[in-house]
Design a protein around this ligand. Structure first.
Ligand code: MG
Length: 220
């Protein structure tokens, strides 16, 4: 599995930290995506149909009813991330949970999006009062998480809403605690049963005590 060189460069810039490590996806873990994205689409004349847990193939032109071409969907996603501060709200419970965990652990945000959107997302996270380091990757997340852990055997927990990202993490860091957070009941209904090694949670209220326990933090 290859590493994203830009992600590795971003990791090199982080301050050294050997406390337990919590890695968080951003979309639908820290910032809402599947709520606001359909509203954004409607404003552009499209709709998202929940036929499968994918975006491509499920975006339709509201006037013609035709499925949008792959390039159109990609362009709409790009526009959404460009204007994310106008659309994306904070995931309920995320800020308080992060503030509590950050007292005893390192938190790093790892978002799978084109590197060119990093500054936009950084600025928006700052505006929301979320100072945690933000990394972008255009490749599988596992190698980045292995690199983030460093040479120590410190505990690692990772929260994402996409099983494939968690599976990638498990391949690179076999003892990582992998949390599948899926808030949206429509998406939960469409998902295949997750692999056994993933810890399934529906919201941050459920996730917080489990993450603290997995990382061996006090107060669990
Ligand atoms: Mg996500």
């Amino acid at each position: 599995m290859s590493d994203d060189p830009e992600t590795l460069r971003q990791i090199e810039e982080l301050a050294h930290d050997d406390r337990p490590l919590l890695v968080l996806d951003v979309d639908d873990v820290v910032l809402d995506f599947i709520g606001p994205f359909p509203r954004f689409l409607e404003a552009q004349g499209y709709e998202l149909r929940f036929n499968s847990p994918r975006l491509h193939g499920n975006v339709f032109d509201l006037s013609s009813g035709a499925a949008a071409e792959a390039e159109t969907v990609s362009a709409l996603i790009d526009d959404f991330f460009h204007g994310q501060a106008d659309w994306q709200t904070m995931t309920e419970g995320a800020a308080d949970a992060m503030a509590e965990i950050a007292q005893q652990a390192e938190i790093v945000l790892l978002t799978a999006m084109p590197h060119r959107h990093r500054e936009t997302r950084r600025a928006y996270l700052n505006a929301l009062g979320l100072p945690y380091p933000l990394l972008t990757t255009e490749m599988p997340k596992g190698p980045a998480i292995r690199k983030l852990r460093g040479d120590t055997g410190r505990p690692v927990a990772f929260v994402d809403d996409q099983p494939r990202n968690l599976i990638s993490a498990g391949e690179s860091v076999p003892d990582a605690h992998l949390f599948l957070l899926v808030k949206d009941s429509r998406l939960r209904a469409l998902m295949a049963p997750p692999p056994e090694e993933l810890i399934f949670v529906k919201n941050w209220h459920e996730a917080l005590p489990l993450i603290k326990h997995a990382l061996g933090l006090a107060g669990t």
